[in-house]
Design a protein around this ligand. Structure first.
Ligand SMILES: NC(=O)c1ccc[n+]([C@@H]2O[C@H](COP(=O)([O-])OP(=O)(O)OC[C@H]3O[C@@H](n4cnc5c(N)ncnc54)[C@H](OP(=O)(O)O)[C@@H]3O)[C@@H](O)[C@H]2O)c1
Length: 319
């Protein structure tokens, strides 16, 4: 049963008491796959969607087939090998991340279904009002100030439009991290692999800790925007120092400036601190980013540090 927090939300959701049934978009994706594994572990009733986001009839058929109480959306275009892809595929990006996303939200609204969407917090950037190192984080109510990449530009636009839908929870994911340090999409794997990295503190999402919260937020019927990161920020060098101390004392790396980084990527990337008061209010047990990384990534990884160290050395040798 959905227990919406605000009275106004109740009117927009079907609150008939019944066991939650989840319809998940993004079966073949990283986060969608992890959400499916988690729902399976929880013994929750769920199915993956078959429809493409831009296919209204297909989504309606999925809803007819599953009769979900909740939709969890981890589908979207993220670009391969990275978001630079969106710079040269603008219409595809609009079709999926804007039209498709709104299509899904609109159908869920019509059907009175709660929708949680794994979105992005890469729509903010440190500036004079939110200086790096000041500890002042962007709140859920702050307007995006980073549209430097086409990916972020469309995500910022669609967040603003989604916030009009009273049945939708938008989770601002940032630099997602998992325990597998060889998984190529893991933010830590990326920075271990690069020859040079920038060194900037950022808010990040430790998925093994935070994904269960997303399911719980859906069950609670939360809506609106949620900064979906662990509290605090951690820099690239601080993470690599943790790698050095838990896994490989001989590990070394080089830093470069944002200007130098700009020469090896197409679109600028965002760096920011998000304010986490809202998620901390819902989950007071949430760990700060450093503690979460130690518990969910580095301590488990240290159990097999010899094989991991060798695999990482080989991976770096291939780059
Ligand atoms: N990974 C990150 O660094 C990161 C960071 C912040 C936020 N996020 C956000 O989190 C969400 C999930 O990210 P992810 O890393 O799990 O992405 P991913 O691994 O690239 O997976 C994307 C998923 O979306 C599906 N998809 C793509 N176009 C679709 C369409 N038109 N209709 C239906 N499904 C479609 C893909 O299915 P097919 O393979 O069948 O196309 C795939 O299952 C995205 O919205 C992303 O913006 C990711």
């Amino acid at each position: 049963m959905i227990s919406a927090k605000s009275g106004s939300t109740m009117a927009f959701l079907d609150t008939t008491p019944r066991e939650p049934v989840f319809l998940v978009f993004g079966r073949s994706g990283w986060i969608g796959g992890l959400v499916g594994e988690l729902l399976t572990q929880q013994g929750a009733r769920f199915e993956f969607a078959n429809a493409r986001l831009e296919d209204r009839a297909g989504i309606l058929a999925d809803i007819e087939r599953i009769n979900p109480t909740h939709v969890l959306n981890a589908a979207g275009l993220t670009g391969r090998p990275n978001v630079d892809w969106c710079e040269s595929h603008k219409l595809e990006t609009i079709r999926v991340n804007v039209l498709g996303m709104l299509n899904l939200a609109d159908i869920c609204f019509e059907k009175k279904i709660h929708l949680t969407t794994y979105a992005t917090g890469c729509i903010f950037h440190y500036d004079k009002d939110f200086p790096e190192g000041s500890g002042k984080g962007f709140k859920e109510s702050d307007k995006p100030n980073f549209t430097g990449s086409y990916y972020s530009y469309t995500k910022a636009m669609v967040e603003s439009l989604l916030s009009e839908y009273p049945n939708v929870l938008v989770l601002r994911v940032r630099m997602p991290i998992v325990g597998d340090l060889l998984y190529p999409r893991n933010f830590i794997t990326k920075i271990i692999k690069y020859e040079k990295v920038v060194n900037i503190p950022n808010s990040m999402t430790v998925l093994p800790e935070l994904l269960p919260y997303s399911i719980e937020m859906a069950r609670r019927g939360l809506t609106g925007i949620m900064n979906y990161t662990n509290p605090g920020a951690i820099s690239h060098n601080e993470i690599l120092e943790l790698y050095k101390s838990y896994i490989d004392p001989d590990f070394s790396w080089k830093n470069f400036s944002l200007e130098e980084q700009a020469k090896v990527i197409i679109a600028p990337r965002s760096n920011n601190l998000l304010d986490t008061a809202r998620i901390e209010g819902e989950f007071p047990e949430i760990l700060g980013i450093r503690e979460s990384l130690i518990k969910h990534v580095f301590e488990p990884a240290a159990q097999q540090k010899d094989t991991l160290r060798e695999a990482v050395r080989q991976m770096r040798g291939r780059v």
